[in-house]
Design a binder for this molecule. Sequence first.
Ligand code: F6P
Length: 479
Amino acid sequence: MDKAQILVASNRGPVSFSIDDDGGLRHRRGGGGLVSGLSSAAAQADTLWVCAALSDADRQAAARAPEGRLDRAGFDVGGTSVRMLDIPPATFANAYTSVANSTLWFVHHMLYDTPNKPGFGAGFRAEWADYRAYNAAFAEGLLTGSADNARVAVQDYHLALVPRMLRGRRPDLRISHFSHTPWAPPEYFRMLPADIGRELLEGMLGADHLGFLSRRWADAFLRCCETFLRADVDWAKRTVEYGSRVIGVAVHPLGADADGLRERAAADDVAERRAALRERVGDRRLIVRVDRTELSKNIVRGLDAYREMLRDHPEWHGRVTHLAFAYPSRGDVPEYREYTESVLRVAKEINEEFGTDSWTPLILEVNDDYPRSLAAYRLADVLLVNPIRDGMNLVAKEGPVLSDDGCALVLSTEAGAADELGAHALLVNPYDVSETARALHTALEMPDAERRERGAHLAEKATAVSPQRWFGDQLRALG
Ligand code: F6P
C-alpha cells in the first residue's frame, strides 16, 4: 500500500519501543485509552496510522523503517501500517508537554486555574509556535501518505490545528477530528488568549465532522463556537456554519473492546497475577481502582473516601483491601510529579492508621503492569472510578466486562461514562468525599444477586458500541 484510503493521526501510536540491555529494539503496545480504542478498529489493510516518535528508541525504530513505515521494517505493529514522525525533541517537548499536556489538558479538565500555573507570556508564545510546527509535521505526514479523496481521522487535543492545515492544501480529503477529552465551557475556555482560542476552534472546524465522547463536551464546543467565533450553530441538526462551510458535530461514545479484552484476560500472565493477588489478599472483599497517576483522576480524594469509610465502619477492618494500581504518567509535567507524591503520602497515612500485622488495608502500586490490572478487574467486588472530569473513562467500562462475579461500580457523575452507565452504578460527586465513602460502604454491602445483576447491565452498556463500530461510525459520517 503506498497511498492510503483511510488515515489515522494521533500523538501516541499503537506501539512504543525501548532499547534492550544488549542494544536491541523491543516493542510493546502503546498505552492509554485512545490507543486501546483505536488499535483493533484501525487494524485494516488500507489504513495508515501516523503518530509521533516519543522516545530515542522510537526515533531509532523510525530511522530504520523505509519512509518511517514501521510495518516495512518488519516490526509487528498489530496489522496496521504505521508511520512514526521524527519531530525534533525540543519542538516535541514544547508541543506535547508544554502546550498539549500542561495547558490544553488543564483547560479542558478545568484544572488550569491554580496559583502555580504560569500566565500566557512570551515563553508560551514560543511554545505555541512549536505546537503549530508539530501540527504541521503531522499534516505533512498525512498529505504524503493519503490517496485522492482519502478519509483522515485526526485524534485529540494534540492535533487541533491539523484539520485546517489539511483542508487548505487538499480540499479533496474528507477529514474528521475526535476529542478524547472533555471540552471546556466558554466561561473556562476564555482564559486562553483570544487569538489562540480562535486558532484552536478554527483549526478543528477545518474538519467535515467533529466527534466527542459525551453530549456535554459536544455542547460545550458548540457554545465556544458561538461565543468566540460568532459561528452559526444549528442546535437541532447539531452543525456549525463557519466560513461558508457546514461542519457536523456528533457524539460517539466509545465502548470497551469485549472480545479483545476477554481474550487478553484469559492469557497465562493474567492468571498468574490473579492467583498472586488472591493469595496476597485472601478472601477479603476488594475495592479496585486503575488509573494513570493523573490529577483529573482524583486519586487522593478517592483514598480519602476509603479512609473515611474505614473510620466510619470499623466492621470492615481486616475484611476489605483496596487495590490502587497507578500507571506512571507525564513525569515531565511538575504537577504530575507532585500529585504522585501526594498519592503516595496519603496511601502511607492510611496504612499507618489502620494496618495491622495481618492486614494491609491499601495496596498501592505505581508502575506499569497491564496484565495485573486485568487480573484486578477480574477479582474486583467494587470498582472505584471518581475523576473530577473525564472524557469517557474506559476503566469504568472494562472492569465490569472482565469481572468474574459481577462488580459494583462507584462512578463519578463527571465521567463521560456516567451517561451510559449511570443507571446501574452508584453515582457520586467526585469532590464529595463523604458521599464517596458512603457509596463504597453501600457497594461493599450490596447483596450478591444485586451486584451480579447490576454488573451484567454495566457490562452490556459498556460494550454497546465496540471500537470497530465507533470508528466505523466516524468514517461513515465522512461519506
Ligand atoms: O485523550 C486522552 C489521552 O490523550 C489518551 O491518548 C490517553 O488515554 C491518555 O490521554 C494518555 O496520555 P499520554 O499519551 O499523554 O500518556
